[in-house]
Design a protein around this ligand. Structure first.
Ligand code: DI6
Ligand code: FE
Length: 414
C-alpha cells in the first residue's frame, strides 16, 4: 500500500512554471519515498492522494525551496594557504605564486603527505558546514593528488563522504589541474599519464565526470583536448575550468565535447558563449574566487542571459582561490558583485546547478523530482540573497526523510 508524507502550510519557491520563483503562497508538498509525488497550492491537493497520507508535517508558513546544490568544489585536500593569502595582499599575484612552485602544488604536497583518515576527517568537517546551510548535493573534484594513487585516494574520500553522510556526492576527476613536480618540463607526458589513469579510476567506480584547468598556468587547449578525447572514449561527461585568468578559447573547446558546464568564465568571448548555447553547456560562475583573487573583469552575464545559457553558482571551495564554505554567501555575492537578480541567483544554486551536474531530477519542486528540499526561517526567497553571515536553514528533507541537521564542527575545517 502506498504511504505518502504531507508537508503542508508552506510558502513554496518551486522554481517551475511561469510565475516568478514558481511561487505558491499557500503550498504543500507530498512525498512518496524519495520522490516528490505532488507539489502546489494546498487547496488543490488531490483527494485520492490525501487518502493515502501516512505522515503529516505542518511547516508553520515557512519558506520551502529545492535542496541546495554546490556544483563545483575541491573539498578534499591537505593543509591550507593563509600565508599565500598574506603574500597576495602584499602584491604577489596568484600566477606568480603558482609559477614559483606555491599555489596548487603546495597543496598537492600537503595532500600527498596526509593520511587517508585525516583527509577524510577534514573533508567531512567541510561537508558538514555545507550541509548545515541546506546543501543536499555536492560535486567534489580531485586535483590535489596528481598521481594515480593520490587521485584515487581523494576520489575515494569523496565516495566515502556520500556513504557516511546524508548527502549526494558527484565526483569529477581533475588530474589535469597542475603539473606535479615529478613531471617538471614534461606536461605532455603528464597528460598521457592522466589519460592512462582515467580508465583505472573509472573501473574503480570513482569517476562521474572529467574536468581540466585550461590556463596559462594550467594546461593548453591541445592538452585539454587529449583529456576530453579520452573521457569521450570512456563515455564520461566533461566540464572545464575555462577562461578564469585569460581567454584560452577553452569554453568553445569544451562545448565541442558537449561539456556539462564551463566554470569561472571571467574572460569568456562571444564565440565561446555561442558555442555553449549551441551545445547546451551550462555556465558555472564562482563569485568566491572572483572576490578572493580580487578580480576586476566580470564574467559576461548579460550576454549569457541574452543567449539563454543557464547560469549556475558554486562555492569553488578550495584552499587557494576560494576558501569559503557558504553557498548562501555566494548567492549574495552573485547579486552584489555580478548584478544577478535574487531569483537568478537562487535558481543558480538549485535548478541550474543540478543541470550543470547532469542531474535533471533535482533542483525544482515538481512531481517526479527527488524529494530534497529545505525549510527556511524566511518568508520569501529574495531573503536568501539579502541576508548574509547567518544561517536561516531550519530543516532539510533529503530523499523524503528529514535529515538531522549536522552539528557545526567543533574543530576548524582544516
Ligand atoms: N581554479 C581555481 O580557482 C582553483 N583551481 C582552479 O583550477 C584554485 C585551486 C588552488 O589554488 O588550489
Ligand atoms: Fe575550481
Amino acid at each position: 500500500m502506498r504511504a505518502l508524507t504531507l508537508w503542508r502550510n508552506a510558502r513554496l519557491a518551486t522554481l517551475c512554471g511561469a510565475e516568478p520563483w514558481g511561487w505558491v503562497e499557500h503550498g504543500a508538498v507530498l512525498t512518496d519515498g524519495a520522490t516528490i509525488a505532488w507539489a502546489g497550492p494546498q487547496t488543490d491537493l488531490p483527494r485520492d492522494l490525501l487518502q493515502v497520507v501516512d505522515r503529516d508535517h505542518d511547516l508553520g508558513r515557512a519558506l520551502v525551496t529545492p535542496g541546495i546544490v554546490d556544483c563545483h568544489t575541491h573539498l578534499v585536500y591537505g593543509g591550507q594557504r593563509a600565508r599565500e593569502f598574506e603574500l597576495r595582499l602584499q602584491g604577489a599575484s596568484y600566477e606568480e605564486i603558482a609559477r614559483a612552485g606555491g599555489g596548487i602544488r603546495s597543496t598537492v604536497a600537503a595532500t600527498r603527505a596526509a593520511s587517508d583518515e585525516s583527509l577524510f576527517a577534514a573533508a567531512r568537517r567541510r561537508a558538514l558546514v555545507l550541509m548545515a546551510e541546506g546543501d543536499t548535493t555536492v560535486e567534489i573534484k580531485s586535483g590535489y593528488g596528481l598521481s594515480l594513487h593520490d587521485e584515487g585516494r581523494c576520489l575515494g574520500v569523496a565516495r566515502r563522504l556520500a556513504a557516511e553522510l546524508p548527502l549526494t556526492v558527484r565526483t569529477s576527476y581533475l588530474g589535469a589541474h597542475a603539473l606535479p613536480p615529478e613531471f617538471h618540463g614534461r606536461p605532455d607526458d603528464y597528460i598521457t599519464a592522466v589519460c592512462e589513469w582515467m580508465p583505472q579510476l573509472q573501473a574503480a567506480g570513482l569517476v562521474d565526470a572529467v574536468d581540466a584547468f585550461c590556463e596559462n598556468i594550467g594546461f593548453s587547449p591541445a592538452q585539454t583536448r587529449r583529456v576530453f578525447e579520452t573521457a569521450r572514449s570512456l563515455g564520461l561527461p566533461v566540464k572545464l575550468h575555462a577562461e578564469q585568468l585569460s581567454d584560452q578559447g577553452g569554453a568553445a573547446l569544451a562545448a565541442g565535447f558537449e561539456a556539462l558546464s564551463c566554470d569561472h568564465l571571467e574572460h569568456l568571448n562571444a564565440q565561446g558563449i555561442a558555442a555553449m548555447r549551441d551545445a547546451g553547456t551550462g555556465a558555472v560562475l564562482l563569485p568566491g574566487a572572483y572576490y578572493f583573487l580580487r578580480e576586476t573583469k566580470l564574467p559576461p552575464i548579460a550576454q549569457l542571459r541574452e543567449h539563454g545559457v543557464p547560469i549556475a553558482l558554486a562555492t569553488d571551495h578550495n584552499p587557494g582561490s576560494s576558501p569559503g564554505l557558504s553557498l548562501q554567501l555566494m548567492i549574495n555575492m552573485a547579486c552584489t558583485l555580478f548584478r544577478m537578480t535574487p531569483e537568478e541567483a537562487v535558481r543558480g544554486v538549485t535548478q541550474h546547478a543540478a543541470r550543470a551536474l547532469g542531474l535533471l531530477e533535482r533542483g525544482t519542486l515538481a512531481p517526479g523530482q527527488r524529494a530534497d528540499f529545505v525549510v527556511w526561517d524566511l518568508e520569501h526567497p529574495n531573503e536568501l540573497a539579502y541576508w548574509f553571515g547567518h544561517n536561516p536553514c531550519r530543516r532539510v528533507v533529503f530523499g523524503g526523510e528529514e535529515r538531522g541537521q549536522p552539528q557545526p564542527p567543533g574543530k576548524s575545517v582544516q
